[in-house]
Design a protein around this ligand. Structure first.
Ligand SMILES: [Mg+2]
Length: 404
C-alpha cells in the first residue's frame, strides 16, 4: 500500500487531516480547535510521506517526527500519526487498540474539562474578583451533568482570571491579551483567595467527585509550594501546570520536582510537551505525580503509549489532556486509553464544537459518556468516520475536494 495524498480541511475550527492510499483506504486525524491556522503546517509534510507504506507507521514517522516541536508545532505530526494508525487498522481489519498491544480495559474513564455552564458575571478586581460561592455553584451544575463525571477540572489563578488583574492578589505586572501570558508573585491575599475557591468547590464535591485544578502556567516556585501545601487537607485530584504548561516550550523539571517533593498534593503537567525525550527529565526525576500528554500534541497515540509505560515504571500516573481534540481526537483518545497501563486515571473528554459536529461523525456511541466512562468500540481503525454528504456543507471553498 502507498500513500497517494495528504489533505487538510479546516472544519469548524478543527484542522482535519486525511491521508489517501492507492488501495482506496483513507485515514483521518484531527488537530485542536484552537489551531485553525495549522493547515499549511500539515501540508508541509506532504512531500515527506507520499509514496510510503502507511501501515509501516513508524517508518513514515521517522521522516517527519524530528520536524515538529512543543505545542502548537507538534500538532500536525500528531494528526498525521493518527491518520496512519486509522489506515493501518482498517487495512488489518482490527481496531487500532489491537495494533498498540491490545486493550486492558473495555471502557475508559474520562474526566470533565469541556462540559461547561455559564458562570455568574465576575466582579471587578477592586471588589476582590469572583466570589468562591460562584465556583461552588458552577461545580454543582457540572456534578449534576448527565455524564456523571467522577473527576471534574476547573481553571483558577493564572488559568482562570480574577487574580492577575488585581493588585491586591498579584504583585507582578499584569499582561493583557489572549493566552496565559502572566507570570509572577502572588500576594498572601491572592493565595488565600485561590485556597478559598478550591475549598468552596471541594465542599460540593465531597469525596464523591474528584476535583482537579488547572492553575497556570505562571506560578513561581515558592507560591506553588505554598498553595500545594495549603490544600493538602482537601485531597484534590491534582494541581495542573502551575509552573509551565500550555504554550510554554520548555519543562522546568527541577522546579517541578521541588514543588512535588514538598507536598502530598498531586502535581500534574505535560499537555504541551512534544515527544518522549521531553518527558524524560520529568519522569526520571519523578518531578511530578501525574502527567497529561495530549495525543494531538505529543506526536501521536503510539508516542503517548510509550510515555505512559515509561511513566508507570517510575510511579507516575496518567491523565491525558484532550479538551479541544474534537470528535476524531476523541476516538484516538479512546483507542489509546484502552491500552494504557494501570497508572491510567482518566482522559480529558473533548466535545464537538459547533454542535453540528455530532451530525457529521459516525461511529460514536450514543450517549457517548455513561457514568464517567466510554465503552471501547470494535470497528476497524479508529472506528469513526466523517459522513461526507453531511460534512461537505461545512467545508470552506478551498477545501471542496477534501473527500475526493
Ligand atoms: Mg491544562
Amino acid at each position: 500500500m502507498k500513500i497517494t495524498d495528504l489533505k487538510c480541511a479546516v472544519i469548524g475550527n478543527n484542522p482535519v487531516v486525511r491521508i489517501n492510499t492507492d488501495e482506496g483506504i483513507y485515514g483521518l486525524g484531527e488537530v485542536e480547535a484552537s489551531k485553525s491556522y495549522l493547515k499549511p503546517h500539515v501540508l508541509f509534510y506532504k512531500d515527506r510521506i507520499l509514496g510510503q507504506d502507511p501501515t509501516d507507521v513508524e517508518r513514515v514517522m521517522l521522516n517527519i517526527r524530528r520536524l515538529g516541536s512543543f505545542k502548537p508545532w507538534g500538532s500536525a505530526v500528531s494528526a498525521i500519526e493518527m491518520a496512519l494508525w486509522d489506515i493501518a487498522g482498517k487495512a488489518a481489519d482490527v481496531p487500532v487498540y489491537k495494533l498498540l498491544g491490545g486493550k486492558i480495559r473495555d471502557r475508559v474513564r474520562v474526566y470533565n474539562g469541556a462540559v461547561r455552564f455559564p458562570m455568574a458575571p465576575a466582579r471587578s478586581p477592586a471588589e476582590g474578583g469572583r466570589p468562591p460561592e460562584d465556583y461552588a455553584d458552577n461545580m454543582q451544575r457540572m456534578i449534576d451533568a448527565p455524564q456523571k463525571f467522577s473527576i471534574i477540572k476547573q481553571g483558577l489563578a493564572f488559568h482562570g482570571g480574577g487574580i492577575t488583574e488585581s493588585p491586591k492578589h498579584f504583585y507582578g505586572t499584569h499582561q493583557a491579551g489572549p493566552g496565559h501570558a502572566n507570570r509572577g508573585p502572588l500576594s498572601e491575599r491572592g493565595l488565600n483567595y485561590i485556597v478559598d475557591c478550591i475549598r468552596a468547590m471541594k465542599e460540593v464535591c465531597g469525596d464523591e467527585v474528584g476535583l482537579a485544578l488547572d492553575l497556570g502556567p505562571g506560578f513561581l516556585v515558592p507560591d506553588a509550594r505554598r498553595l500545594a501545601q495549603a490544600v493538602e487537607d482537601l485531597n484534590v485530584a491534582w494541581l495542573e501546570d502551575m509552573l509551565t504548561g500550555d504554550y510554554v516550550p520548555y519543562v522546568s523539571a527541577d522546579h517541578y520536582r521541588e514543588v512535588t517533593q514538598s507536598t502530598s498534593t498531586p502535581i500534574h503537567t505535560g499537555e504541551q510537551i512534544y515527544l518522549r525525550h521531553n518527558f524524560q527529565d520529568l519522569i526520571e526525576k519523578r518531578a511530578v505525580d501525574v502527567i497529561g500528554p495530549d495525543p494531538c500534541d505529543i506526536g501521536g497515540i503510539a508516542e503517548l503509549k510509550w510515555v505512559a509505560e515509561y511513566a508507570d515504571m517510575h510511579g507516575i500516573l496518567m491523565a491525558p489532556h484532550g479538551v479541544l481534540d474534537g470528535l476524531l481526537g476523541l476516538a484516538a483518545l479512546v483507542q489509546v486509553a484502552a491500552t494504557l497501563p494501570q497508572n491510567y486515571i482518566a482522559f480529558e473528554y473533548p466535545t464537538g464544537h459547533p454542535e453540528w459536529w455530532y451530525d457529521i461523525v459516525t461511529g460514536l456511541p450514543d450517549p457517548i459518556v455513561v457514568d464517567s466512562h466510554i465503552d471501547v468500540w470494535d470497528a476497524p481503525g479508529m472506528g469513526v468516520d466523517l459522513i461526507a454528504e453531511e460534512a461537505r456543507r461545512y467545508l470552506r471553498e478551498e477545501d471542496a475536494d477534501f473527500f475526493d
